[in-house]
Ligand binder design. Structure first.
Ligand code: CA
Length: 644
């Protein structure tokens, strides 16, 4: 190579080099080292050697017209599902051929032995918009030369930032295969209306000394003090010096490359509190130039790191106003719902008291660190720490299985109706548990065997699990049907979402205006009751349709309440929408014409509601009122049609 301007080195070689492997031999301070290319587009096995690749030749059919299937959605319209590639297919009941591979996510029609859909079909049916994959760039902790041996790792140990992980390909030795198969995965997900989010880990590398960038320019990529000690805010041995110009450029280029070349629709930044705000803003700005729909979020925890320059601010929750295009995980709602991840305390759904105000704030997407619902990722569980069910079990040792499921579903109802961006760990919708061989819960399964980490699809053959799945699916469908739950700014929230005062202890209710943000209904009312008893909650004036209760959730009316009072079952949510049965003569006439069978269906509906609600005379009067207004009759008729 010849020395060129500004510390660059150049070599040119003629001919078709597609498939040629190469490394750089660098002599630094008298020492010679062989390094991979930091800009390698693909590599051979275990990422040791870069390979020249004709990227156009790796594109799947139809790639030119491939696009984000959820283009045009706001951050708040996203519903994110977090998955490890291997977990999807590593349990035998998945029925997926390409176990642990990118291609496992391209298989449709897969079922459990009992015929329940698994894998991609399951995710699609659930209704999430975005699939967030744990690291799929080349990481170091799985030996690609020994894939016959049982191995598992989450992959938070980057080796090559711009190369897909070899162990997820069917041939890690051939650099072309991992590129082709990852693109095929993205294409198939897009074809199934699912956007793809990559988990990116720019804040540290697997081994600072062996990282190719640091081999070529020692110490430049990482934060190191004058004695050669690495800053270790991440706890992973080294923090990335994102504030240095060429590190910043490298990270910006890398993210842009994944968006351009692999059509990635979102990026989840691991420990982004170690990356400076200027770098984050440049990434968002550069990627959004060509891909305005890409979403960005990360872990904005405040960590102790040693920056190499003055006046640098980190992308933390506390600094969220400085990175307006970037959202942050809300540990506020996570810990409020089910207790802190650092202890075994209870949370709102599992019996903790005095959390009403916190839950109200979380619901509004406006917490002590968050000033807009567009910057909060609302969740109850992710790959870290215990699963939701395991966490509930650990903090409520004496509770029944049935109550634990109610707690699980109440937590889901809270974060899936809240303003903000909902996020869930894969399997939460089927009571995922990470049970170790000895019967204890695994709270850090980063390298645990498949038996712990895999998604146990066969559980869905049991009613208990299937019911929870249907509940999540219903909550997601309800959220998608109601734009008022997806407000994009604080002003809209403050003007349209109102916490209700004067309720029994621990009960939280919020009233949400209709009309806002294109909301089709005339208003939504949500009630969360974590208490062990039924709570009677007064409703705002009018007739209300129940769409979510402790048992069911969805876009079908479960009951209609006209007496202004909701009975909310123990440990459950109730979500109501102002009934379309508003008495209006004009509306009555047109609705009646649309539905000739309306009268008959309405009486069937009346019978359903009265039997479901038991003995309440008030309910019966309410039903009579609904039946009297033809708008209500038409609605009931429609509902009957859709009922199985
Ligand atoms: Ca690897």
């Amino acid at each position: 190579m010849e020395q060129d301007v500004n510390g660059t080195w150049v070599a040119e070689k003629e001919g078709n080099l597609n498939g040629t492997y190469y490394t750089y031999t660098v002599r630094v301070r008298g020492e010679e080292k062989e390094a991979c290319d930091p800009y390698a587009r693909t590599t051979g096995v275990n990422g040791k050697r870069a390979m020249v690749i004709d990227l156009a030749s790796t594109n799947p059919e139809g790639w030119d017209s491939d696009a984000d299937p959820n283009a045009g959605l706001t951050y708040n319209d996203a519903i994110i599902y977090e998955l490890h590639v291997r977990d999807l297919s590593s349990d035998g009941s998945a029925g997926i051929k390409n176990v642990g591979k990118f291609l496992g996510l391209t298989e449709t029609g897969t079922v459990t032995p009992g015929g329940i859909p698994t894998g991609l079909d399951h995710i699609k049916d659930l209704g999430v918009t975005h699939l967030h994959l744990l690291p799929i760039y080349d990481y170091g902790s799985v030996d690609e030369e020994n894939l016959d041996k049982a191995q598992f790792n989450w992959g938070y140990d980057p080796v090559n930032y711009n190369v897909p992980e070899g162990s997820y390909s069917t041939d890690p030795y051939n650099g072309e295969v991992r590129v082709k198969e990852m693109k095929q995965m993205v294409k198939t997900l897009h074809d199934n209306d699912i956007s793809v989010i990559m988990d990116v880990v720019y804040n540290h590398v697997q081994s600072a000394g062996d990282f190719c960038f640091n081999m070529i320019v020692p110490g430049y990529f990482s934060r190191i003090d004058e004695n050669g000690a690495y800053s270790n805010g991440s706890g992973c041995g080294n923090d990335t010096a994102s504030e240095r110009s060429m590190v910043r450029k490298y990270i910006v280029d890398s993210v842009k490359y994944w968006a351009d070349e692999y059509h990635i629709d979102g990026f989840r930044f691991d420990l982004v509190g170690l990356i400076d705000t200027e770098t984050i803003n440049q990434i968002v700005e550069e990627v959004h130039k060509d891909h305005p729909d890409v979403i960005f979020y990360g872990e904005g925890w405040t960590m102790d790191t040693m920056v190499t320059k003055e006046g640098v601010t980190m992308a933390t929750q506390q600094n969220s106003v400085e990175t307006p295009g970037f959202a942050y995980f809300s540990d506020t709602i996570r810990d409020a719902l089910k207790g802190s991840v650092f202890d075994t305390s209870t949370g709102y759904v599992s019996g903790a008291e005095g959390l009403e105000e916190t839950i109200e704030q979380c619901f509004m997407g406006l917490t002590d660190w968050c000033t807009t619902p567009a910057q909060t990722i609302n969740y109850a569980s992710c790959h870290d720490n215990l699963t939701m069910m395991d966490r509930i079990a650990r903090s409520t040792l004496d509770s029944s299985r049935a109550d634990r499921i109610r707690m699980n579903n109440l937590a889901a109802a809270v974060y899936l109706t809240s303003e903000g961006i909902p996020f869930m760990q894969a399997g939460e919708e089927m009571l995922r548990s990470k049970l170790k061989a000895g019967g204890t819960y695994d709270e850090n399964s980063y390298k645990s065997p498949d038996s712990v980490n895999s998604i146990k699809w066969s559980t869905l053959e049991e009613t208990e699990y299937q019911d929870v799945y249907e509940y999540y699916k219903g909550l997601i469908a309800f959220r998608k049907a109601h734009a008022a739950l997806r407000l994009t700014n604080a002003e809209d929230v403050k003007q349209n979402v109102t916490p209700v005062d004067g309720l029994p202890a621990n009960v939280v209710a919020l009233s949400i205006n209709g009309g806002v943000n294109g909301e089709a209904s005339d208003g939504i009312f949500v009630i969360f009751n974590p208490n062990n008893q039924v709570e009677e909650i007064p409703l705002p004036e009018g007739v209300w349709d129940v769409f979510v209760n402790g048992e069911k959730a969805g876009t079908e009316v479960l009951a209609t309440i006209a007496d202004g009072k909701a009975s909310v079952e123990p440990i459950s949510a109730m979500v109501l929408v102002r009934s379309t049965a508003a008495p209006s003569a004009a509306g009555a006439e047109s609705a009646a014409q649309e539905s000739p069978a309306a009268t008959e269906s309405a009486s069937a509906e009346a019978a359903d509601v009265s039997s479901a609600s038991g003995n309440s005379a008030g309910i019966l009067i309410g039903v009579a009122a609904v039946a009297a207004a033809a708008g209500g009759i038409a609605f009931a008729a429609k509902k009957k049609k859709g009922t199985k």
